[in-house]
Write a protein that binds this ligand. Structure first.
Ligand code: C5P
Length: 224
């Protein structure tokens, strides 16, 4: 049984990878399974929140009571987030958004040539969804923005500076770079006071702890 610490709150969550098309049948993606984001969505709903999940391609079932919108590319995820962000109390950006997209993906399948020449891909940067939402934080302090960071080294140092760079009150660092697809995780919470380690546990347990940490911080924030 989870206490309803987020009753009456609207929460928008992104999860999973994004998929950047090269042509109609090929693309570039990453190894995010969506498990952490879906666990956070489930935990938020258990805590009484009204939850909207914007999901990149995953093989996961929608958590009970969660409204889900599927997207593929980072641009589609950006558009869906911007469509839904109005009126949200909390935005939790768990998705592993592709940093780059292919410029001018081909409308037709790219054909192999007989002479062994290979296609050249040109990339451009995707919009940073979390940073864009963070710049829209209202004077009343919402949406309260939570980011995730997967680092392979110097997590403490990188986590603290990434939180500031993104302009968000709370950043969740994943220890190790092999969290993708795993059922367990170890996370570190970075806020304005420093960092707190949540020891290794399954993703749902950590998601429930994260939700109660977010609820505490929202409660303390007199602006809410
Ligand atoms: O900068 P980096 O990709 O490490 O930051 C990770 C955090 O930023 C995650 O919360 C991720 O969901 C978010 N992000 C985003 N849009 C991007 C890149 C990252 O929302 N284009």
């Amino acid at each position: 049984f989870q206490p309803k610490v987020l009753a009456g709150k609207r929460i928008l969550i992104t999860a999973g990878p994004t998929f950047e098309a090269i042509d109609p049948v090929r693309g570039i993606t990453n190894l995010s399974s969506g498990k952490m984001g879906y666990a956070v969505a489930r935990a938020a709903r258990e805590a009484g929140a009204d939850v909207t999940l914007i999901s990149g391609p995953t093989a996961l079932a929608t958590p009970f009571g969660v409204a889900r919108q599927n997207v593929k590319s980072a641009q589609q995820m950006f558009d869906a987030v911007m469509d839904h962000i109005g009126g949200q109390h909390v935005f939790i950006s768990v998705a592993a958004v592709a940093d780059w997209k292919v410029v001018n993906p081909s409308e037709q399948k790219v054909k192999k040539t007989g002479d062994g020449s290979v296609p050249e891909l040109k990339f451009e940067q995707n919009p940073d969804i979390l940073a864009s939402v963070a710049t829209r934080t209202s004077l009343a302090g919402w949406p309260y923005c939570v980011g995730f960071a997967a680092e392979s080294e110097n997590l403490i140092e990188y986590g603290a500076s990434k939180r500031e760079r993104k302009g968000i009150p709370l950043l969740v660092g994943n220890i190790g770079h092999n969290t993708f697809g795993q059922d367990d995780n170890t996370i570190i919470l970075f806020d304005e006071h420093g960092h707190t380690i949540l020891p290794r546990a399954d993703k749902l347990t950590l998601a429930r702890q994260l939700i109660s940490e977010i609820a505490k911080r929202i409660d303390k924030n007199s602006l809410f």
